[in-house]
Design a protein around this ligand. Structure first.
Ligand code: LCS
Length: 393
């Protein structure tokens, strides 16, 4: 089915599904490590790229390929490379674009491990990095050096909910000979399409909204350009961080309801955010859908909805936040996000604990910040749960 010119929801359901000899409605799980050749010449031809056909699952697999095509269409990119995890996707991008002596500029409040991978590991190979507030384009402009190969932003960022101007940063990066990479995990392609705004690469932890059911860890990288995607795929294959066919099957299945899940979750999130903002025990709420969000106007231009991630802090700081987390009954006290179930966590001691506290504070990740991933439960139950937990503080 040719779905490229069809609507987003049609792509969610039909994009990437190949014709099947039995008429299977969904892509089968090709649970195989290797694929037999027709004859020796055919094997040589497949390796040389002269003949179509799969070779070995690390290099490619029909179930994984279907997911790559599906997400490439949703992101309006040329092609995609699926990876074993979101960090596999981040590493694939870093290793493809960075080398000895290269420099990158990135959002200070990225997911902790995305920053630690650079500062602890890529630094050993002579890669330099500047972490700053990428919502301020002039700061990014001032930080770019002749050896800057990549501007890497997370927007909205995890968990400070900072929003960066993708179009302006793409123009800036390109003028200065760098590529713009966007971690689009928090928005998903349903709410934001970085490649259509000029970014070169959009990547995801598919563990989150794309899969949406808290039962898979996985990643994907989508490129605007076919040749760049080829380089990313070569690196993924070389480092062996391929996605497994069973993972791909589950993610493809999750994607079929992406817009429905996000619509419900973001409707809930707006109500929860407004309720929290009005609560006397809450010090501040950071949700991109609130007028109080510092980049609310940019959000309205750049995203088609506000998503379901909320950060907030109680007036009692960390101690009050800890008691809230210990007393909620419906929301799970767990890391990860973007699933049908609501999750609550404390970034400073959990997801971002590896980032030094001074860097965390500079990135807006205060000690008392609590992150809430709003699910698709009945909103009255979510608010009642928060209310009873806040009553105990
Ligand atoms: N990028 C973002 C924005 C993320 O939030 C995460 C994981 C990753 C990349 C890495 O993906 P993974 O390898 O885990 O699939 N974020 C998590 C979080 O906030 N809580 O637990 C994991």
């Amino acid at each position: 089915m040719e779905t490229k010119r069809m609507g987003f929801e049609t792509k969610m359901v039909h994009a990437g599904v190949p014709r099947d000899p039995y008429g299977s409605a969904v892509v089968p799980i090709y649970q195989t490590s290797t694929f037999a050749f027709e004859n020796a010449q055919n094997g040589a031809d497949r390796f040389a790229g002269r003949a179509e056909g799969y070779i070995y699952t690390r290099l490619g697999n029909p179930t994984v390929r279907a997911l790559e095509r599906q997400v490439a269409e949703l992101e309006e990119g040329a092609d995609a490379v699926a990876t074993s995890s979101g960090m596999g996707a981040v590493n694939t991008v870093y290793m493809t674009l960075l080398g000895q002596g290269a420099h990158l500029v990135s959002t200070a409040s990225v997911y902790g491990p995305s920053r630690l991978l650079v500062e602890k590991h890529f630094s050993r190979f002579g890669v330099e990095a500047t972490y700053l507030d990428t919502s301020d384009v002039s700061k990014v402009c001032a930080a770019i050096r002749p050896n800057t190969r990549m501007v890497y932003v997370e927007s909205p960022s995890n968990p400070a909910m900072l929003v960066s101007d993708i179009q302006a940063l793409a123009d800036l990066a390109h003028q200065r000979g760098a590529l713009l990479v966007v971690d689009n995990t928090f928005a998903s392609p349903y709410l934001q399409k970085p490649l259509t705004l000029g970014a070169d690469i959009s990547l995801h932890s598919v563990t989150k909204f794309l899969n949406g059911h808290a039962d898979v860890v996985g990643g994907i990288v989508v490129a605007r350009d076919e040749a760049l995607c080829g380089r990313l795929r070569a690196l993924m294959i070389a480092t062996g961080c391929n996605m497994d066919p069973h993972q791909a099957f589950l993610v493809s299945r999750g994607i079929k309801t992406l817009s429905l899940r996000i619509e419900r979750a973001q409707r809930n999130a707006m109500q929860v955010a407004r309720w929290l903002e009005a609560h006397p025990k809450v010090a501040w709420v950071r949700y991109v859908g609130l007028e109080s969000h510092p980049q609310h106007e940019l959000v309205k231009r750049q995203m088609s909805g506000f998503g379901s991630m909320i950060s907030f802090e109680l007036k009692g700081g960390f101690e009050a936040g800890r008691r809230l987390m210990d007393n909620v009954r419906l929301a799970l006290l767990a890391v990860s996000l973007g699933g049908v179930e609501s999750l609550i966590e404390h970034p400073a001691s959990m997801t971002h604990a590896g980032v030094p506290s001074a860097d965390r504070l500079e990135a807006g990740i205060t000690e008392g910040l609590v992150r809430f991933s709003v699910g698709i439960e009945h909103v009255d139950d979510l608010i009642a749960d928060l209310a009873q937990a806040l009553d105990r503080i």
